[in-house]
Design a protein around this ligand. Structure first.
Ligand code: APR
Ligand code: ZN
Length: 236
């Protein structure tokens, strides 16, 4: 029996089915039209292995069960990153131990920034005992080289970086507890994934000035942690 052609104003079901069966879930590499390839506990009664989730902002689709598995296998930091386009959902937080962040302006210019003064940030974190969010809960951690002094040009962009670093500090993303790649020491406070300049007038370590790309690099690193100016503006 001959099938009637799809009319222009009703969507063609065959096309949708074909489309879905051609798409793979890039988490488990199985077809989105079929069940999740992840054989784990289901998602608390709200879905079956066939359920497909569509991320609200970027629109990328995965099995719901695969998204949940990905979250549970990660560091469960309250956020989820689209594995395709890296859009961050939720607010990412880290495991930085308690401490203090202070800053002030000093009346000197950094190499490469002759026209402005300098912001000095002082981080202080004392040693302590690791919490459940750290690699070895209950074990002590050391804290070397504190207070750590860092420098930014007191320019418009430098002040923007400072504002975002304050957000990063509140979200516990500036430091972490782990193994220092510089000293090899484990169970110690280490820089997380946002680079800081810890040298003022020289550049002996490579963590000094001049470095024309520094502020843009830091803005990218902050973005990778889900911190952007847009996101930090008050919403109505
Ligand atoms: N200044 C700024 N950033 C640094 C420094 C430094 N002196 N040394 C390393 N980093 C960066 C690295 O490039 C890397 O991206 O920190 C990240 C983590 O490196 P680790 O060596 O694991 O971090 P940590 O042990 O915390 O830092 C080593 O940094 O500020 C100093 O006093 C601190 O001597 C210590 C050194
Ligand atoms: Zn999947």
């Amino acid at each position: 029996k001959k099938q009637a052609p799809c009319s222009k104003d009703t969507i063609c079901l065959t096309q949708i089915v074909l489309f879905l069966s051609c798409q793979d879930c890039t988490i488990c590499m199985e077809a989105l039209a079929g069940p999740s390839g992840y054989k784990g506990p289901g998602v608390g009664g709200i879905s079956r292995a066939e359920s497909v989730g569509r991320l609200a902002q970027c629109g990328h689709q995965y099995h719901l069960q695969c998204l949940v598995a990905m979250y549970n296998n990660g560091n469960k930091d309250g956020s989820l990153q689209c594995p395709t386009c890296k859009t961050i959902y939720g607010v990412k937080t880290g495991n930085q131990p308690p401490g203090k962040m202070e800053y002030h302006v000093i009346p000197h210019s950094l190499p490469g920034h002759p026209d402005c003064k300098t912001i000095r940030i002082i981080y202080n974190i004392p040693p302590g005992i690791q919490g459940p969010e750290h690699p070895n809960p209950g074990k002590p951690f050391t804290a070397r080289g504190f207070p750590r002094h860092c420098y930014l040009p007191d320019s418009e962009k430098g002040r923007k970086v400072l504002r975002l670093l304050l957000v990063a500090w509140d979200r516990r993303l500036i430091f972490s507890v782990g193994t220092s790649s510089t000293t090899g020491e484990s169970d110690t406070v280490i820089w997380n994934e946002v680079h800081h300049k810890t040298e003022f007038g020289s550049n002996l370590t490579g963590h000094g000035y001049p470095d024309p790309g520094h502020l843009d690099n830091v803005l990218e690193e902050l973005k990778a942690q889900g911190i952007t100016e847009e996101e930090c503006l008050p919403r109505d």
